[in-house]
Ligand binder design. Sequence first.
Ligand code: FES
Length: 619
Amino acid sequence: MTAAEEAVTHPVRVNLVFNERAVRVPYGVTLFDAASWNGIAIDSTCGGHGTCKKCRVRIAADPPAPTSLDIRAYTPQEIRDGWRLACRTTATRDTEVEVPPLTTRPKAATVGVGRQVILRPAVQKRYLELAEPTLADQASDVERVLAQLDDLEPRAELAVLRGLGRTLREADYKVTAVVLDDVLIAVEPGDTTGRRFGIAFDLGTTTVVATLLDLSVGAPVAVESTLNKQQPFGADVITRISATMMDPGALDKLQQLAQETLAELARAVCDQGGVAPDEVYEVAVAGNATMTHLLLGIDPEPLGMAPFIMSTRLYPEVLAADAGLAGTVHPRARAVVFPAFGAYVGGDITAGLLASGMDRDARVRLFIDIGTNCEIVLGNREWLLATAAPAGPAFEGAAIRCGMRAADGAIEVVAMTPDGLSLRVIGDTEPQGLCGSGLVDAVTGLVRVGLLDSSGRLISEEDARVRAPGLADRLTRIGKERVFVLHWRGPAPEDSIYLSQRDVRELQFAKAAIATGWRILLEEAGLTEADVKQVLLAGSFGSYLSPASAIRIGLVPGVPVPRVVSAGNVAGEGAKMALLSLRERAGGLALLEEVRYVELSDRADFNDRFVGQLSFPGG
Ligand code: FES
């Protein structure tokens, strides 16, 4: 096996099958995190810290070597049978994992990046057996109900009063009161206390993810994702804002499409989880400022031009029906919309910070959500600085000649030595293009073998024959443009999957914008790269980026590789936390006061510093 082939044996993602569910997760994450990101509940009371020994899973076929904690947690026979602690077992190859059903009724749930939250949802249910009225007991129906809820002190909504008389009598005065914060939103016949659900939405510009949560036990019940139906209006927020500026009907249309996307997902997760729409009492939405403005029909135009002002940072309390979910959740269900720090550091980042516990940790950590717009937050529990850097479309594949999204056929890993290269393709099919992680790997490889110089220029063919004889034939031209062929599909370079000189420039621009962003934040804090104890890579792209490659090209600080961690879908995790815990929800709101936003676009030194970051370190 060549070194290049060996490198590809460490894939970016691995395939796991939890009971019947097949999922694809970043290489190296724990089975515990992988399960929780994908809506598979695993017992735990310690939040994945290896102390409760409850996260039992079984890997029947070829189990990994047990850790010292496994040996303490299991009998020798159980170890031989493949029982392991999910929070100590990492996903390093395709594996089938058996997850036993939950045995305990948890008081806390593990969400986000190893965060444990005490379950205290806004949705409370009480089973009531009420005394029937008599001529001597003339209390009204609602007084009867409220008298039993005096510790919650709710007020009753008109909608509840309308059907209350009939419900009480038909149910023989045995009913369940549903209280949302301080409002009685429903009285249901019989005992329904075991059934209360919420849906957490990560409303992305490209992809939207919904997680149905059982609020009683804090466990995910179903997860579905789909493309945002606004896609035909353009790939990024700017094109969608521009659409509303040019066409007076576009705002309504975009709102409708966002709402349809959420409604479709709500139906799908409820179907999958066997949950009736009426059993979903609250939803939480984490999205960037443009997406949440559009979802609620708020004109986004001021977000699109200097000085980039939002109509609001905090969203008022809205009914889920106002977010397009009428008929797909309970009619009185509420939608909690995450607040935004700024026009380009939105509610998805607020949710992400909540999920990653940036405001709780003593260590200095750097959070980077990589996408067309890249959000960067630096800090610890004492202070937090945030900024947004315009990275452009390189990572989405849009600006890259052979670029594509991370879907089947995309080259996701490229490993190179002077003698040759190996590729890993999503879905193990014929390569169709190059996705963001493959792009970063390809450029990193070219820098490492010396075919790209530190300024990002492909070297001459003659020099290439000396430096990398096994790769030199791949260095060629299409028209006037120099290209490096990653995969031949015929004799002509035009038919191949290649990386062009211009593609390298696109990546350089993106990398320079991001690196300038976090360098400025470090400087504002009076720190250096060495002070960063952990780098969290978030977002669909960041999660799959190879940490070694990200460090090699200077996209993230030059810290030891294990300090760069995939954080998964942190926006969705933050939305889950808000549904499970009123305390965490309040913590998310408090972040607005704790984060100081650093604007890059008005800094006189931004351009010089950006240019200074264009080169590849040590190339
Ligand atoms: S989650 Fe507690 S030991 Fe694994």
